[in-house]
Design a binder for this molecule. Structure first.
Ligand code: GLU
Length: 449
């Protein structure tokens, strides 16, 4: 059986880091088994769902590299839902209810007041044809509930949480359709999962009761249920639930200079028994993917850890992966020289400006260009003119200078680095010098480059 997973966001807002992790786990589960990963827009809430958000979801998934093998939208599938709904109504598994929200609220209060669980009392099941006709004559239109089978205990093995049990008698029959005919998400989701052949549903922590209710819907529709797994919550770096996480999305990560693969490398490993490690692409995540390695405890998502991982990922990225985002002219050798010294790709452009010059010394490092080094730099310029200028130029040149001036270590290298780059730290000078070029290097040593 081919693994089919789906990511089912509601296009009522931007994806946040928790959604992204759910998408990733579903994507990985499909990739790992050579299966299919579907995108399903849960847009039954017509008022809050927008095409702009749907497009933003697609764009975010594309940026992340979690490209779906197909897309469906619930708003296009009303016909499929109507057919199944009719069947369920005939079988008495959905039934019309007429209580207003206020009446339901009152019932709940009374139950709670008596110390009872606020479970829907199924009063509507007792209505006869005449009662219903009378209610309709008052102008009431029914909403519909799915009738849970109280005689069928609900149990399943969650792929992450293990054994789960629910007593259906302790759950309210869920409303599946509103009085205006519009759908709530629960039943359409089941019908979609059946029609799309979904075999595994990885969803957020908040959906446990929904899973219990939906298992009975699969049964009522005579269809096998997919496997379910519920990913643990994400907490911030301090281990606490954080509002901020609910707002962090792809635009924020892009703005921070985070590479998508770094974000995925972190989200794919936190909360699992595998280590977080840098990777140039997600192949190691796919290869190591195993739902059984995900834990039940909340997973810590730490922005500092992400930033550090991002730097380590960048240091591994081959030129071809970044070429179209590098400044013009910064070829493979430029990337090789600069890559080890950046924490975000934007910093590569800063370094490339330093290579190509002219140096803005005041902006780079006001402390550079110590007058005490002036004589040394003049000697250095002369020596540079004399050495063969090739890939070994730096080694040869500093060797000559060491012999000539007796300087060594920091007193030899730092004034040269400062004169050539305007900074005290940075990429390997042996690699930078050929990129700067002899003429520009001489001009900088003489203070006019
Ligand atoms: N639209 C639901 C959500 O975003 C889907 C949950 C699910 O069925 O996995 O929470």
């Amino acid at each position: 059986m081919t693994t089919v997973t789906r990511f089912a966001p509601s296009p009522t807002g931007r994806l946040h880091v928790g959604n992204i992790r759910t998408a990733l786990i579903n994507w990985l589960a499909a990739r790992r088994e050579g299966g299919r990963f579907l995108l399903r827009m849960d847009d039954t809430d017509a008022e809050r769902s927008t095409e702009a958000f749907a497009q933003a979801v697609r764009d975010d998934l594309r940026w992340l590299g979690l490209v779906p093998d197909g897309e469906e939208r619930q708003s296009d599938r009303g016909g499929a839902y109507d057919g199944r709904f009719e069947g369920l109504a005939q079988a008495g598994r959905v039934y019309p209810c007429y209580e207003s929200p206020e009446e339901l609220e009152l019932k709940r209060k009374v139950q709670l007041g008596r110390g009872l669980p606020p479970v829907y009392d199924r009063a509507a099941l007792a209505l006869g044809d005449a009662d219903r006709a009378a209610l309709e004559a008052e102008g009431r239109r029914p909403h519909w509930r799915f009738r849970l089978d109280h005689a069928a205990p609900i149990g399943w093995v969650d792929g992450i949480r293990g054994e789960q049990r629910f007593d259906p008698a302790l759950l309210s029959d869920p409303v599946v359709r509103r009085a205006d005919g519009s759908w709530l998400y629960l039943l359409p989701s089941v019908i979609d999962d059946i029609d799309m052949g979904v075999t595994l549903v990885v969803r957020g922590e908040d959906h446990v009761t929904n899973t219990a209710l939906q298992l009975q819907m699969f049964d009522a529709l005579d269809a096998p249920a997919p496997a379910f797994a519920r990913a643990a919550l994400l907490t911030g770096g301090d281990g606490k639930l954080s509002k901020r996480l609910g707002a962090l999305g792809c635009d924020d990560f892009r703005g921070m200079g985070i590479e998508p693969v770094a974000l995925l490398a972190l989200l794919g490993r936190i909360g699992t028994s595998d280590p977080v490690e840098p990777m140039a692409d997600v192949a190691p995540l796919v290869a190591s993917f195993d739902l059984g390695r995900f834990g039940r405890a909340p997973a810590r998502f730490d922005l500092d850890e992400l930033a550090a991982l991002n730097a380590r990922v960048l240091h591994m990225l081959p030129y071809a992966d970044v070429a179209d985002r590098l400044p013009d002219g910064m070829g493979e050798s430029g990337w090789a020289a600069i890559r080890p010294n950046i924490a975000t790709l934007a910093e590569a452009a800063d370094w490339w400006r330093i290579v190509t010059g002219p140096l803005d010394r005041a902006a780079e490092d006001p402390g550079a260009g110590d007058p005490a080094d002036a004589d040394f730099l003049a000697v250095a310029a002369e020596a540079l003119e004399a050495v063969t200028f090739d890939a070994e130029a730096w080694k040869r040149w500093t060797g000559v200078l060491k012999a000539q001036t007796g300087r060594g270590g920091k007193t030899l290298f730092l004034p040269l680095r400062r004169a050539l780059t305007g900074r005290d730290h940075g990429p390997d000078m042996g690699l930078l010098l050929p990129l700067i070029g002899r003429d520009a290097a001489l001009a900088r040593l003489r203070g006019d480059g």
